[in-house]
Write a protein that binds this ligand. Structure first.
Ligand SMILES: Cc1cc2nc3c(=O)[nH]c(=O)nc-3n(C[C@H](O)[C@H](O)[C@H](O)COP(=O)(O)OP(=O)(O)OC[C@H]3O[C@@H](n4cnc5c(N)ncnc54)[C@H](O)[C@@H]3O)c2cc1C
Length: 320
């Protein structure tokens, strides 16, 4: 079909300032990947297939989450240890303040430092039953760090860690307003963190508005967008509700009728996240953090669209 000149004008207007992915220079973009510690040998195998596949994309760091209330302490540590031992990747260990005294949290950080970890993602965390009845209800542990800012200060006293913290383009649900949330972010950075990684979002305008506000608050540190490739909208809605992220109607509509079409959902997911990354790139973003959910395929595809190519070989393994 040959589009009429009206159509092509509209397409040109839509794409103006946004080159197609295949024109993007790859050496400008850097990425990081987030994983969670596996619970079973099968999940461990999936995680390692994913790490092995994504490693040749030369991520700046790979981070491993920390379960509510320190529930994954041993598994997070074991995953980090294995990354250190078997790869040349730089691991970033997540650490939270939940259900632990300062001494207990400090001991975990010291273990990380002794194991060779130099980067920590410092977080407050949530109450273990957060979201179950719609109320996070976070209470600091008596004798614990009261929030992420206090944790960052504590980490600074322990060792010369590189520290990342969380940011919320759509405001954290516990924060009364955006200004209070930005004040909190600034305090975390002033306490010694060097970058923020955002909660996932789907409307790039939220991210750019947040970035503008942050800059107007005197926040100069990098604020890296966290990209979540979505394949299960039902699950996403539950999770998004807890963290205050809007799931736009168009996203729900796109996945309508695809419950029994997992391969199609993956294609759509790559397209949606790819489009988001393209918009972010057009707005000047050059660093991206991927919530991989321990599956390499979608993150790999989006990185490929962003122009990244493996250094050495990267073998495709089915994500299942
Ligand atoms: C990139 C990223 C990674 C994550 N990884 C994990 C993980 O591994 N494990 C996990 O359990 N969770 C993780 N989370 C979720 C995170 O723990 C929750 O979002 C949690 O509710 C807030 O953590 P925080 O570090 O942002 O908290 P904080 O920055 O301490 O603050 C949370 C909210 O409370 C408000 N607040 C804090 N202190 C004060 C104060 N003194 N006065 C008034 N208001 C205050 C802030 O404004 C903010 O809105 C992650 C989130 C992100 C974005």
């Amino acid at each position: 079909m040959t589009p009429s000149s009206g159509h092509s004008d509209a397409i040109d207007a839509m794409n103006s300032g946004q080159p197609p992915f295949y024109q993007l220079p790859s050496d400008e973009v850097s990425v990081s990947f987030e994983f969670f510690p596996p619970k079973t040998p099968k999940m461990e195998e999936t995680l390692w297939d994913s790490i092995t596949r994504l490693a040749p994309l030369n991520p700046k760091f790979v981070s491993v989450t920390y379960g509510a209330g320190g529930s994954t302490r041993t598994r997070t540590h074991a995953t980090i240890q294995r990354i250190l031992k078997e790869t040349s990747l730089a691991p970033a260990a997540h650490l939270t303040c939940v259900a632990a005294t300062r001494e207990e949290v400090d001991a975990v950080a010291q273990e990380y430092w002794q194991a060779g970890v130099r980067h920590v993602v410092g977080l407050r965390g949530d109450a273990p039953d957060a979201g179950k009845d719609g109320d996070g209800g976070y209470q600091p542990h008596p004798g614990g760090y009261e929030n992420a800012e206090a944790l960052v200060r504590g980490l600074r006293d322990i060792a010369d860690f590189e520290i990342s913290v969380a940011a919320y383009p759509e405001r954290h649900p516990d924060s009364p307003n955006l200004a209070a949330d930005l004040d909190n972010l600034k305090r975390k950075l002033d306490a010694g963190a060097t970058r923020a990684i955002t909660q996932f979002f789907f409307d790039t305008d939220h991210y750019f508005r947040f970035l503008d506000h942050a800059r107007s608050f005197g926040i100069t540190a990098p604020i890296i967008p966290g990209i979540l490739p979505v394949t299960n909208v039902g699950q996403l809605r539950r999770f998004a509700k807890q963290c205050g992220t809007e799931v736009p109607d168009w996203l729900g509509n796109l996945f309508e009728g695809l419950d029994d079409h997992p391969d199609t959902r993956k294609l759509i997911s790559a397209m949606v996240a790819g489009e988001m990354c393209k918009r972010l790139h057009a707005g000047g973003v050059r660093e991206f953090h991927f919530y991989t959910l321990n599956r390499a395929g979608l993150s790999y595809a989006i990185c490929h669209l962003l122009g990244l190519r493996p250094q050495g070989t990267s073998k495709e393994v089915s994500d299942g």
